[in-house]
Ligand binder design. Structure first.
Ligand code: KG4
Ligand code: ZN
Length: 341
């Protein structure tokens, strides 16, 4: 079975073709960074309009790359939520209509299930069950994954998502949008010994997260330290490093705790923040020390893409699930509501 995947939940248009046995045949991502950069964040209406412009050309592009005619597609998967409602409507309308026109089934995919299954696109792929840490711009979730669609939420962020904390802190440090990668780059020049930031909610039991206090802590430190500093550039880098260390450490502590509590040995990381190099290094070491294994998608499949949507859609189409002729994207969609495939 060959599935076309369409991702338009936020500021990336992602399209891919995935085949059951051959794997990923083609994928293309168009990032809207330049459009939103001058506003310092995603402008939903501009995002929707750009998805309208880019989705069909990208579908042509991946069909060409895979050297396939449209009638070789056996199913269409599109992101149906959670995300920006206008952006979701574009991908859903195009995906559902193409499937109707081609007389093939369509399936609406949960964006976070896409992220969660992305490590299964790699070799070696992790076997079920495993614990998943999903760290994106909109979500921070720890999930016990028994199988496809069999997810128990172990913990989540009570306020800002990890990616959102990176983005907001980057703004405080006057870094360009998108903040996460820019902050990570600046942190490389920082001295890890100069500041120590708090590791929120690690001193009490539980697997929930809270990152908004860390952002305020960064702002206050920056204000005080810049006044006293004769090397403001270095101070900024040191603060970026302290922030990154605090987030990474917090995520590592909670993942280790989640593995101990569930008795699982495999941990997967996915979502934009899982592209962070420091997080990968620290997590690999900590989990290996516990006798566990860590799995990630390749960096380009950590951030939003069509491949993960095609793959997640394939699992559900193969199980006989598909959408009626109506489509109903959902801006909010709790992951616990998903059914097994
Ligand atoms: O999964 P994703 O592409 O989109 C959402 O579903 O939200 O994640 C985007 C988030 C952004 O907040 C971005 O700043 C963050 O992932 N991000 C990073 C890195 N690369 C992307 N954060 C820290 N370090 C990175 N290297
Ligand atoms: Zn995402």
């Amino acid at each position: 079975m060959r599935v076309l995947g369409i991702e338009t939940s936020c500021d990336e248009t992602g399209v891919a073709i995935f085949e059951e046995r051959q794997g990923l045949l083609a994928h293309a991502v168009y990032s809207q960074i330049e459009i939103h950069a001058e506003y310092g964040g995603v402008v939903p209406e501009l995002a929707s309009r750009d998805h309208i412009r880019k989705t069909l050309p990208l579908i042509h592009q991946v069909l060409d790359e895979a050297d396939l005619p449209p009638d070789s597609i056996d199913g269409v998967a599109f992101t149906a939520g959670p995300g920006l409602i206008g952006a979701l409507l574009v991908g859903s309308a195009i995906g559902r209509s193409l499937a109707w026109g081609w007389s093939v089934p369509a399936i609406g995919v949960h964006h976070m299930e896409g992220h969660l299954l992305a490590p299964l696109l790699e070799t070696p792929a992790p076997d079920f069950p495993f614990v998943a840490l999903l760290v994106s711009g909109g979500h921070t979730l720890l999930v016990d994954v028994i199988g496809i669609g069999r997810y128990a939420i172990l913990g989540e962020s009570l306020d800002d998502a990890a990616g959102e904390a990176f983005d907001k802190t980057a703004k405080i440090l006057e870094l360009p949008y998108p903040g996460g990668p820019a902050l990570a780059k600046l942190a490389e020049q920082g001295d890890p010994e100069r500041f120590r930031f708090p590791r929120p909610m690690t001193d009490r039991p539980g697997l929930d997260f809270s990152f908004s206090g860390l952002k305020t802590f960064t702002l206050n430190t920056l204000k005080t330290e810049l006044v006293a500093s004769n090397d403001p550039a270095q101070t900024r880098a040191d603060i970026a490093r302290a922030f990154e260390e605090a987030v990474v450490d917090t995520l590592v502590i909670k993942c280790r705790r989640a593995l101990r509590e569930t008795g699982r040995t495999r941990l997967i990381l996915a979502g934009g923040v899982s592209a962070n190099r420091r997080l990968r290094e620290r997590m690999n070491r900590a989990i290996a020390a516990e006798g566990g294994e860590t799995f990630y998608p390749r960096p380009e499949l950590c951030t939003d893409n069509g491949a993960m949507i095609a793959f997640a859609g394939l699992q559900r189409l193969r199980a006989g699930q598909h959408e009626p002729l109506v489509f109903r994207p959902r801006a909010r969609w709790p992951m616990g509501e998903l059914s097994p495939a």
